[in-house]
Design a protein around this ligand. Structure first.
Ligand code: MN3
Length: 239
């Protein structure tokens, strides 16, 4: 019997180790804003270019990731090179954004915002965890109300920008929108907090498939939200 138990524990050990490693990787990825900027790397897209078809088309994904996002990363690295910012974190830079140049603001925001955007999309992305759903009902009344507020934030953003679902200092959820590549972590944002969901409403995010029909794109985005990831981000912030 003892021998059997030992064999069982040994058989289960690799699984336990694997689960631990996976958790660490997820945690590290969520802490991109706590990494020293000169140690940042351009992250891989977490899925294939066609993974979000037919909601987000392959060509849009390819251009968006390999050209737009890559350019924000490269330009951000060039903008901080040889300055004191190299040894700071994105959290520190965003919290003092108003002190820095437009190149740092636009490209630092562009780099971070897209990392979050790729992460929060998945076909059949499930639904919010019980804890997140309870917080959504408390803050907005219902999932439908959140959807309306969030999509409206994207649809009514004039020109280019983002819609966000974030957590404020009190641990409460709120919806907002920012222009250009700003985000709620920045001191220049009207409503400040930590974003757990971000929707890019720049034309480059949807024009090839949806042309001028931004509302159709926002509906498509809503249907590919990776609620498992968004829930994990929420729970990590409020625990
Ligand atoms: Mn974009």
């Amino acid at each position: 019997m003892r021998k059997l138990m030992l064999m069982l524990s040994l058989a289960l050990l690799p699984l336990a180790v694997f689960a631990g490693e996976a958790d660490n990787k997820t945690n590290n990825k969520n802490k991109i804003t706590m990494t020293t900027i000169n140690k940042l790397v351009f992250p891989e897209l977490p899925y294939a270019y066609d993974a979000l078809e037919p909601f987000i088309d392959k060509l849009t994904m390819e251009i968006h990731y390999s050209r737009h996002h890559k350019a924000y990363f490269d330009n951000f690295m060039n903008a901080v090179k040889g300055t004191e910012l190299e040894n700071k974190t994105l959290d520190e830079v965003f919290a003092n954004m108003s002190k820095y140049s437009p190149a740092v603001r636009n490209n630092g925001g562009g780099f971070f915002n897209h990392v979050l955007y790729w992460e929060v999309m998945k076909v059949n992305g499930g639904k919010p965890s019980a804890k997140l759903e309870a917080a959504i009902v408390k803050a907005f009344g219902s999932m439908d109300e959140l959807k309306k507020l969030f999509l409206d934030a994207g649809k009514t953003r004039f020109g280019s920008g983002w819609a966000w679902l974030s957590v404020n200092e009190k641990g409460e959820l709120f919806v907002s929108s920012t222009p250009n590549q700003d985000n709620p972590l920045m001191d220049v944002a009207e409503k400040k907090g930590t974003p757990i969901l971000g929707m890019d409403v720049w034309e480059h995010a949807y024009y090839l498939k949806y042309q001028n029909k931004r509302p159709d794109y926002t509906e498509a985005f809503w249907s590919v939200i990776n609620w498992e990831v968004v829930s994990k981000k929420y729970e990590a912030l409020v625990k």
